[in-house]
Structure formats: structure tokens, C-alpha cells
Design a protein around this ligand. Structure first.
Ligand code: SAJ
Length: 461
């Protein structure tokens, strides 16, 4: 039996990584070519690495190899994918084995949603770890960018890799967490500007990963004690946001009752150095915030330390779509109408501005409830023109959606809606009509001046 001497770091030393990268001598495999994986693969290929992207979707693999970027709403990404596929630095495959067995670094970028039961679904991470373990090369480093609960890398990924590879974490290969932090819609900019939090099992493996990210992406690395700490930091920054949005939503529910404009309040408070403004709205969507809390809540349940505030914040944010439907009912009543029998024009379905993504979008709940209550809903979203979304064929323009409508609702704060001409809209709508702003992109005064009965989340003029 061959007994390999223990390794404390990858075959590639941290010092030589920048040079090897420039010389195209670093091989990287990226598992998952989604909204994080594809930009990550492209950025490392752009920096000179030889990158193989692995994905289970044939169309994503074929499009990527044709230099076509399936992600159309990430600035700069399409050109970069075209360039690195053309120069041969990036190729995609469904066959993971070969890519992984040659890689110096393998990066896991697969999704981590939650089940209906609000418990973490790490099945994609487990599957990727099994695939990886079967072809893992001694002396290489496994990097987990997927968002997972603290301890999942050490206690789930590590044992799977060891079981499949018969190699030892920290002795034969490196295991490092470097959670993605990029803001969907600004991913290429963030990837090249935001420091990366890196925590690994064993200093040598961690240092090599630090050297790789600093050299390839030109960002600073923040070293933390271990993968558990890096993952705790990732969740902390996302849950900090979710809880602060919930606080803004709670203020909104209260201030509506006492006739105070929550947006005016938050903008005034933002003049103080230690106030970070978060804004109320019709809800919190996306693959991250509505899910991430449950990674910590499930850890809390295991340890008997329930994170009440985090859980309550989820409940408050999850209530906002129904509250928005209440505002629509109020505004329609003020216009002498009810939801039942009314036409409603929903402007925006994406979970946040200027991206083509409806994952866990709160707008879906609003649309479903309106239809259940007997309304006819017309949808317009600049990122989904003419598509079928939630069973509805979207309109080709704002005007087409607003024609003959009884209520205009802002579902997403796309830039296009910041220049709405409410005078023109009132000529298209079946006045008296309502205007409900779920994202506070229009000033109440303008909506009222145009003759609409107006409601906004946190604004009740
Ligand atoms: N939202 C509000 N009020 C606010 C801010 C946002 O209601 O003041 C809503 C948005 O409309 C959206 C949801 O919250 O529906 C999430 O918005 P987001 O801007 O947080 O977007 P995500 O989920 O795409 O990105 C977050 C970011 N996390 C942080 O900013 C801490 C991003 O940097 C992460 O990389 C991403 O999660 C992730 O992948 O974890």
C-alpha cells in the first residue's frame, strides 16, 4: 500500500500562485454554473486560470461552450464569457470527473434552498461533494462558496469527501469556505471589489486559497479561524439585512396607522452616521434572505437556543404580501370598487430591481391572492416582456397592462418605473382608480394629483 507523506498545503505554494496564474498554469473546476458559479468561472478564467465549469443542465453547458451567457442581467458578464470561451480559458461540461481530477482548486457553487418545511436543503451540496470526492486529486483544495449553516462544511462536506476519496481533510487535500457575497445584479462589480471572507481547515490550504482569490480577483481576503466562522459571517450579514428590513416593515405597519410617512422618517434618520437605512415594501424575495435564516434557526433548534428575533423577522417579512393586498382593497374601496371584479395592473414581478429573477418573489403571493379574491391581473415587467410568469402572459408595455385597469400596483422597483407618468396612466386606467406602491418608487402627492386613490407600504397620506 502506498503511504503518502502528510501534506499541510497544496502542491502549489501560496507564493507561486500569482505567477502560475499569469502563466495559465492554474487549473480550476467550478461546480454549478448558476448566478454565482458562471461569473466565478468567468472571472477566474479572465485572470488566466484554465477553468472547467460543471453543470447538470445541458443547455447551460452547450450555451456556455458556444460563448453564450444564460445570465443576461449581469453587467459585463456576457462579454467576459464570450472572451474566455474564445481564448480557451473556460469550457463547460456535464462530466465532472475529468475536470475535478485535474483541478488544483475545485469550487462548489450550487444552490442551497429550503424545503417546504423551512429546513435547509443541502442535497445539491451533498451531491456535488459525492461527485467531487470520487475524482478528488491529492494536494488539491475544495472551496465551498455556497451559503450553508456554520459547521456544514466541516461536518457534512468533509466526511463525504473523505468517504468517497479515501483521502484526509487537511492532510491530503484542503477544505475551505469562501462564501459568495456578490449582490445579484451587480455580481461582476462586487466580485472585483468586495473583500472575501476565507476560513479553512489548516493554514497552508487557507493561505493558498487566499493567494488565489487575491491574485485572480484583485480583492482583499479576510482570514477567519475556520469554515464554520466564515459561514457564520455570511449568514450574519444576510440576516442582519433581513432583520433590519423586518424592523422597517414593522415601523411601516405602525406608522400607516398614525399617518406618518415611513420613507420620510427613514430618509431623515439616514442623516445619522450609525443609521443604516432599510426600506419597507411588499416583501422580501430571492434565493438568499427568505432562506438563509432557516440555516441558523435549524442550528438553534438543534442546540435548544431558538433565535427568536431572526424567526420573528421572517414572520414579519412574510406577512408583507398579504398586507399589500389589504392596501389594494383599501385603495379600491376608496375608489368605490372592490378587488372582486377589478382589473389590476402589476408592474414588476422580479424579486428585486433590474434583474430577471422571480425566485421566492413576494409578488407571486400578491398576484395569487388577488386572483383568488376575484381580480383579473395583468402583468408587465421589463425583464419578462411577453413571457409567461405564474401562468400569466406578461404584457409588452406599461400602457398595455394599464389599459382599462382599476388599480396599478408597483411590485418591483425597476428603474423604468421611477419615471412613470401618472397623468398618462390615469388616462389609460378606468378612473376612479387606485394606485398602490409596494416599493415606494412614486411620491404619494404625484399619485394623488393624478387622481388616483393612493396607498404605499408605510405611507398612508
Ligand atoms: N428589500 C427590502 N427592503 C430593503 C432592501 C431589500 O424590502 O431595504 C427586499 C428586496 O426587494 C428583495 C429582498 O429584500 O426582495 C432581497 O434583496 P437584496 O437586495 O438583499 O438582494 P439579494 O437577496 O439578491 O442579495 C443578498 C445580498 N446580501 C446582502 O446585501 C447582505 C447579497 O450581497 C448576497 O450576496 C445575496 O443576498 C446572497 O447571495 O446571499
Amino acid at each position: 500500500m502506498v503511504v503518502h507523506p502528510e501534506l499541510t498545503s497544496p502542491v502549489l505554494g501560496p507564493k507561486e500562485i500569482p505567477t502560475l496564474l499569469r502563466k495559465g498554469k492554474i487549473r480550476i473546476a467550478v461546480i454549478g454554473l448558476g448566478r454565482i458559479g458562471l461569473p466565478t468561472a468567468a472571472a477566474f478564467a479572465k485572470a488566466g486560470a484554465t477553468v472547467v465549469g460543471v453543470d447538470v443542465k445541458k443547455e447551460v453547458v452547450d450555451e456556455t461552450n458556444a460563448g453564450i451567457c444564460w445570465l443576461t442581467d449581469e453587467l459585463g458578464l456576457s462579454d467576459m464569457v464570450k472572451e474566455v470561451v474564445r481564448n480557451g480559458n473556460l469550457r463547460a461540461t456535464m462530466a465532472a470527473g475529468d475536470a475535478i481530477s485535474r483541478a488544483d482548486f475545485t469550487i462548489i457553487c450550487v444552490p442551497t434552498p429550503v424545503f417546504e418545511t423551512k429546513t435547509p436543503d443541502y442535497s445539491a451540496v451533498q451531491k456535488a461533494s459525492r461527485t467531487l470526492g470520487r475524482s478528488l486529486r491529492r494536494g488539491s483544495v475544495v472551496i465551498v462558496e455556497s451559503t450553508v449553516g456554520p459547521g456544514v462544511v466541516e461536518e457534512m462536506v468533509g466526511p463525504i469527501l473523505e468517504g468517497e476519496s479515501r483521502l484526509k481533510v487537511g492532510k491530503d487535500f484542503g477544505l475551505v469556505a469562501c462564501p459568495e457575497r456578490s449582490d445579484p445584479g451587480n455580481i461582476m462589480q462586487n466580485m472585483r471589489s468586495l473583500p472575501r471572507i476565507i476560513g479553512g481547515v489548516g493554514a497552508g490550504w487557507t493561505e493558498a486559497t487566499v493567494a488565489l482569490y487575491e491574485a485572480a480577483l484583485g480583492v482583499k481576503a479576510i482570514r477567519v479561524s475556520d469554515p464554520k466562522t466564515a459561514n457564520a459571517a455570511k449568514l450574519t450579514e444576510n440576516l442582519f439585512r433581513d432583520v433590519n428590513i423586518a424592523l422597517a416593515n414593522e415601523f411601516a405597519l405602525l406608522f400607516e396607522e398614525i399617518g406618518v410617512d415611513t420613507i420620510e422618517v427613514i430618509n431623515a434618520c439616514a442623516s445619522k452616521y450609525n443609521f443604516m437605512p432599510h426600506y419597507p415594501g411588499l416583501g422580501v424575495g430571492g434565493p438568499c434572505l427568505p432562506a438563509n435564516s432557516y440555516y441558523l434557526i435549524s442550528e438553534g433548534i438543534k442546540t435548544g437556543n431558538i433565535p427568536y428575533l431572526i424567526r420573528l423577522a421572517r414572520e414579519i417579512n412574510d406577512r408583507m404580501p398579504d398586507h399589500t393586498v389589504e392596501l389594494i382593497e383599501e385603495a379600491l374601496n376608496e375608489a368605490g370598487k372592490t378587488i372582486k371584479g377589478s382589473k389590476v395592473a402589476m408592474l414588476g414581478v422580479a424579486y428585486k430591481p433590474n434583474i430577471r429573477d422571480v425566485q421566492l418573489t413576494p409578488v407571486e403571493r400578491v398576484i395569487t391572492k388577488l386572483i383568488e379574491m376575484g381580480a383579473k391581473v395583468d402583468v408587465y415587467d421589463p425583464m419578462y416582456k411577453g413571457d409567461v410568469v405564474f401562468g400569466l402572459r406578461t404584457k409588452s408595455s406599461i400602457e398595455a397592462a394599464a389599459k382599462g385597469t382599476d388599480c396599478v400596483v408597483i411590485g418591483t422597483a425597476h428603474d423604468e418605473f421611477r419615471h412613470l407618468n401618472l397623468g398618462d396612466l390615469s388616462k389609460l386606467a378606468r378612473m376612479p382608480a387606485a394606485f398602490v406602491d409596494g416599493r415606494n418608487v412614486v411620491s404619494p402627492a404625484v399619485a394623488l394629483k393624478a387622481g388616483f386613490s393612493y396607498r404605499g407600504v408605510g405611507r398612508n397620506p
